[in-house]
Write a protein of this length. Sequence first.
Length: 543
Amino acid sequence: MLLQIHYVPDYIVWQSIAILSVSYFHLAVDKGSEAIEGISLDMSKVKEICMHPSIFTKMHRLRFFKFYNSISGENRCKVHHVRSMESLFNEQRYFHWDGYPLKTLPSKISPEHLVSLEMPNSNIEQLWNDVQLEELPSSIGNLSRLVTLDLRKCLRLKKVSSSLCNLKSLESLYLSGCLKLEKLPEEIGNLGSLKNMVANEIAISQVPSSISCLNRVELLSFAGCKGRPPQMGLKLPILFQSQILENLSLINCNIIELPESLGQLPSLKYLNLEENNFEKIPSNIKQVSKLSLLILDNWKRFLSLPELPCGSSVYARHCTSLETLSNLSTLFKPLCQKFDFCNCFKLNRNEVREIVEEALKKIQVLATWWKEQDLEDDHHPPRGSIWYPGSEIPEWFSFQSMGSSVTLELPPGWFYNNFVGFALCAIFPEFRGDTRNLLVDSEFKLKTKDGDWHVATYLLFVWNEDFGVNSSLESDHVLLGYDFSMDLDGLGGSDKACIQFYIGNYLDKRTEGFDVKKCGAHLIYAQDPSKRLRSKVEDDQVL
């Protein structure tokens, strides 16, 4: 029986068991308690609970226990008079208590059945009281079946026993917010089943070298681990050799130099190096063939972007020393890609011009490639954008206008001659406000044969999607983008189009004082098949 707790004013309803007053939490005398195998309670929906010492003594079959908060940020403990809890762990498989009120777990328990132990926002100083305070004890190594260990925001935890590394079944380890945790065990590389390790904002000075032996790890995050003292930066192991690591986050770690072994991570897809002190990236980063997103925001000493793997998106916002881009071959592959050089004012103007020319060429090649694809195959329509300091619409855009809208007089047959979509461009003014979660919409209005207007809106750009960087604009910027997913079927007879650019947020509110200054559009066509053979080799090299 799984006991799901529901609420009415001033009462807790224990489904199929009893109705109990919130003022005194008492189950020990209830005959039905022996049948209970699981308890799930949303603490955000109760006021206060007083817990009788013998409350769990009859629950011999209890295997699932979850006290959680559905409301983010509500971490205050509402359970009082918690004392002995030995019986709670007799058969426990899953234990989750958000804001666990005691400083230790009971010593006389048999934790070998535990599969998941999660105690975020707890007062825990030790797991079992047979060791010194403020340590993760050696007895944790007995949890042979433990799959998940969640100790986030255990603010007093200072030490993790090396016996943690004996947990052969452990797949996920969460230590973020343990601000006094100064060292990870060197043997952590022995966690042969570990897939996810998130240890953000802990007090370590270096990452154990054995972490390179975690052959099954897919996610590693040490965001905010700045070292001790912070100006020294986090020290990384020389060797990274995981064959399946997909996500590596080293945000704001004050790291000065990256190991060359980063180029030896064949499965890496997401690499976040935001807010560090690097001057360069290892040149062999181009060998990380699956890299799809590289984040380099706020590198103040960064001078040159090296050649990158084909298909990578790059966020290099606020890289105030960035001057050169070594190779542009990554621009606009048959994927959804973004290139954001917001506030990179030292970029060489010739480099910027080459970026634009290369981008426009790639858009044309992608149009031809997309037109030749079998739509029944698993292909997503190509879309992409590039963002850089500037104040001019490239001449290539055949329709241009001042302000936030542009009108297109469409030629006869415009829709039927291998038409693929539109390329768009807009100039944005200086904006000192907060751009987080702002987005750019492009609204298309096409006039039909009957004189009616067909309206469709497409998302062109999102600032800082999934990231918290505030990219306020310190001067005019250019946004250039394309999207081949536009559905314009049945509108081939239109002879006029109007494209309007809007800046707003997810609630569709317009941002006051932040309007497009200039804009442009260009019709994109696939190359004629008769000309395709002559340029096939060149286009294949581009793609």
